[in-house]
Design a binder for this molecule. Structure first.
Ligand code: B12
Ligand code: SF4
Ligand code: SF4
Length: 387
């Protein structure tokens, strides 16, 4: 099989919006496997599946297909959020003239995964034109992306667990093309560049990073926004205005201070969401607008759950619009939504929205006792009708 030279591959990658690329082999990622198993054993994965579902497979790229020999690992750099949109140490929802806004993490504020996939597909087609087999794998349970990128020498794994590229920083998404083509390896493992810095550990709003490179997903806001069930009460205030994802441990990272921007920008999407409009939207509209997010069980009530926590954190005073949507949420058919509406109402000091009639209807169809538990937390009698 004829093998193309790396310069040509790099040029195609660059033109396809990929900002760095390296070639590595398919040997197993032993340290990564041990790391995943360790997090699992300690319960730090918070029940997530992803690479934790089958650590052995996720860290053995040779299993991707019979005959796989080389991996092109690519990074796509995306735009860092503007510093002004952050209120890092004082969690509170931004309240502007247009009402409270929820913040969307930068990697989804434009279609970065779409652009990454497109770029990787172009690389795969190029290899296929030489008669090779080539498959794209990105953000997939079958491969630990950061570990393969670190092995390919595209950066080091930082204290915050991100892959830190010496020039692009951590504002990158990672993907690979696996091929049976015998490409020459050009990777060289980079040394740790974090040194004695501990900023991400110190400033994470929920102290989710204690040990170097170990994330406790039970505390990580990025995960809690995607997890099923109630949003844990102890982390609601810390959520501040984050509606989807969390960028704090990157915004604070000094390596990102000098990060250069990628070559091709993706089409921007929303980076701030109007919370009142979200809570007013129908199920259908919510899924149309935010269906590209990871939403537990694909159920729109989880978007409302998260939006209600954000709303509760806003310091909005008198606002008929806000009171109207809160009253609607208190009457939601979903106990999950009602329980978070109770929290938001009481956190905003709007106790008058919960009268005796509301208490009665709130606790109906509350099989798991979610609303009752919330009312009890606030010292409100949950069941005035029972004997
Ligand atoms: C599960 C997951 C999450 C979980 C858990 C994250 C975590 N830190 O584990 C949650 C939902 C919290 C999450 C959040 C985010 N995620 Co995420 N996530 C993933 C996913 C699907 C799997 C990650 C994984 O395997 N975790 C398992 C743990 C144990 O891995 P780890 O902590 O990274 O540890 C690795 C290293 O320690 C390594 N290792 C340890 N020792 C050694 C030694 C050597 C020599 C080597 C080579 C490796 C190695 O082994 C481990 C396994 O890779 C990947 C996609 C994928 N398929 O890989 C994206 C991914 C990691 N996420 C990504 C992003 C962008 C994010 C967010 C920034 C999104 C946001 N803004 O909200 C946050 C960042 C939070 C953070 N600090 O991690 C990017 C990261 C890009 C980058 N430059 O690092 C990825 C790679 C997706 C992608 N394809 O681009 N994510
Ligand atoms: S994503 Fe946010 S909550 Fe998670 S570790 Fe980073 S700073 Fe902490
Ligand atoms: S904030 Fe400091 S310790 Fe954390 S990842 Fe960045 S350089 Fe490393």
């Amino acid at each position: 099989m004829q093998v193309p030279n790396l310069e040509d591959i790099e040029l195609i990658a660059k033109n396809a919006g990929l900002d760095d690329l390296s070639v590595t082999g398919v040997e197993p990622l032993i340290e990564a496997r041990l790391a995943i198993e360790d997090r699992k054993r300690r319960g730090l994965h918070a029940g997530m599946h992803f690479t934790y579902g089958n650590p052995e497979r996720a860290t053995d790229p040779s299993q991707l297909f019979d005959g796989a020999r080389s991996i092109l690992v690519a990074l796509r750099s995306y735009k860092a959020p503007s510093f002004e949109s952050f209120d890092l140490w004082n969690a509170k929802t931004e309240v502007s003239d247009g009402g409270p806004k929820g913040l969307v993490a930068s990697y989804v504020s434009s279609d970065e995964y779409g652009m990454l996939r497109e770029g990787l597909m172009k690389l795969a087609s190029y290899l296929e034109s030489f008669g090779a087999r080539a498959e794209v794998v990105m953000d997939d349970n079958r491969l630990a992306d950061r570990a393969i990128a670190a092995k390919a020498g595209l950066g080091w794994l930082g204290r915050n667990t991100m892959l830190l590229h010496p020039e692009l920083g951590s504002w990158t998404v990672i993907g690979s093309v696996i091929t049976d083509m015998p490409l020459e390896e050009d990777s060289k493992k980079l040394p740790d560049g974090c040194g004695t810095c501990r900023r991400c550990s110190v400033d994470c709003p929920t102290s989710a990073i204690d040990e170097f490179g170990v994330l406790d997903a039970n505390r990580c806001l990025a995960w809690l926004l995607q997890a099923k069930g109630i949003f844990p009460r102890q982390y609601r205030a810390a959520l501040g205005n984050r509606l989807y994802g969390c960028d704090d441990c990157q915004v604070l990272c000094p390596v990102n201070d000098t990060a250069i921007e990628g070559s091709r920008a993706a089409v921007p999407r929303e980076d701030k969401v109007d919370i009142v409009a979200l809570l007013d939207a129908s199920d259908e509209d919510l899924m149309d607008q935010y269906g590209h997010w990871y939403i537990p069980r694909r159920r729109p009530e989880y978007l409302r759950r998260n939006a209600l926590v954000v709303l509760g954190n806003s310091r909005i005073g008198d606002s008929p619009e806000v009171e109207r949507v809160l009253a609607n949420c208190l009457a939601s058919p979903h106990a999950l939504v009602r329980s978070h509406a109770v929290w938001a109402v009481l956190r905003l000091g709007k106790r008058h929205l919960i009268g005796p009639d509301e208490i009665r209807t709130l606790t109906e169809n509350d099989d798991e006792g979610l609303v009752r538990a919330e009312l009890e937390e606030w010292g409100i009698l949950a069941d005035p009708v029972s004997p």
